[in-house]
Design a protein around this ligand. Structure first.
Ligand SMILES: Nc1ncnc2c1ncn2[C@@H]1O[C@H](COP(=O)(O)OP(=O)(O)O)[C@@H](O)[C@H]1O
Ligand SMILES: [Mg+2]
Length: 253
């Protein structure tokens, strides 16, 4: 089994506050991992540490075999990141935005127009490729963000609340893309969300964060069995989640 992401006691403090508390977690290559938790649980902080964009207070992480704190450039080369809110050049078209990012990342020029066209097609933006991004809806921006993430042919993608603010149709499209990344391209997907039903629909495994601590990790079925004592096909993650929420964070041993 090849691990795409490993963390060991990964911790981030802001002053006296612990944003991420001794997080130990493994994610397998090709897996869709749903990182769940309410606002303020420490999801974004974890992503930033895995990307090498925020330095851990203590503990270690490996992404594709590299330590993001020590080898941020190697990690950057291998991973894609969709932040909660993606920034584009509003006056440039989708095509121009992708070409610009490609240039920054030193992506080979000769095959670029074809690649950009292929990616815009994949995310359903080909018809709007020459519209200025300033006129894009939130759903279109998110899909352009996915195209940008895929420019680098990443091994692992980190998506921070990718469905936030999308309408039901946009949400479904985004979830389909995520599944496609894993199934068709073998990309490892680590995505955060506070929306339980979505995570349940597409994740191979989930981790549940509460106040900086990982309180549960595993396939949804297993978590349901452990926590709710249910061994059935139909259950909601909401129930599991609320159970943890009521019990709070277990004391660290
Ligand atoms: N730059 C920062 N400075 C101080 N506190 C922060 C900073 N970033 C996050 N926090 C705090 O860390 C906790 C976790 O935040 P975050 O990782 O953004 O949670 P989530 O993404 O799950 O909503 C929150 O209490 C938040 O206020
Ligand atoms: Mg966040």
């Amino acid at each position: 089994m090849v691990l795409a992401i490993e963390t060991h006691e990964l911790t981030k403090r802001y002053g006296t506050q612990i944003a991420v508390n001794a997080l130990s977690l493994d994610v397998k290559q090709g897996e869709i991992f749903g990182f769940l938790g309410p606002n303020g649980a420490g999801k974004t902080t974890t992503l930033l540490m895995l990307l090498g964009l925020s330095e851990p207070t203590s503990g270690t992480a490996r992404v594709c075999g590299h330590d993001p704190a020590r080898e941020p450039l190697q990690v950057k080369r291998l991973v894609g990141y969709l932040p909660e809110s993606v920034g584009f050049y509003e006056d440039m078209t989708a095509e121009q935005n992708l070409a610009y990012v490609a240039r920054l990342n030193g992506i080979e020029k000769s095959s670029l127009p074809r690649k950009i066209e292929g990616l815009l097609d994949q995310v359903g933006l080909l018809a709007e490729a020459r519209k200025r991004v300033g006129a894009y809806s939130r759903g279109m921006r998110q899909r352009l963000g996915i195209a940008e993430v895929l420019l680098k042919d990443p091994k692992v993608v980190f998506l921070d609340e990718p469905t936030l603010g999308l309408d039901p149709d946009g949400t479904q499209k985004m979830l389909d893309f995520i599944v496609g990344l894993s199934r068709d391209k073998g990309i490892t997907v680590f995505f955060s969300s506070h929306l339980l039903d979505q995570v349940q629909r597409i994740s191979d495994r989930v981790g549940i964060m509460l106040k900086g601590s990982l309180v549960a990790v595993g396939p949804i079925q297993e978590l349901a069995k452990q926590k709710l004592g249910v061994d059935q096909e139909r259950f909601t993650l909401e129930e599991i989640y609320m159970r943890y929420f009521r019990e709070g964070v277990p004391a660290q041993s």
